[in-house]
Design a protein around this ligand. Structure first.
Ligand SMILES: [Zn+2]
Length: 84
């Protein structure tokens, strides 16, 4: 089921979200601090369901902002392959 309040790699806002998150981690904040601090703030700013989205990322191999960028999209693609 597609739920537009949960920001997954299938969501239309996902590419922008990743771009901004990557930008914040690499330029603004000096890197990931081991939490979802930046992701949480961004999700809130664009009106997503923060807790449901973070739960989704944890279920797809991410425990913090940088792991979100590295792992979630790949994990979802792997699932897509298995489903086909
Ligand atoms: Zn990290």
């Amino acid at each position: 089921m597609f739920d537009d309040a949960v920001l997954t790699p299938r969501h239309p806002k996902w590419p922008d979200f990743c771009a901004v998150l990557h930008d914040r981690l690499t330029t603004t904040t000096g890197g990931c601090d081991g939490t979802f601090g930046q992701a949480r703030a961004l999700l809130k700013a664009i009106g997503m369901d923060v807790d449901a989205s973070l739960l989704f990322y944890r279920q797809h191999g991410a425990g913090c902002d940088c792991e979100l960028l590295m792992n979630v999209e790949q994990a979802v693609q792997c699932e897509a392959v298995r489903w086909n």
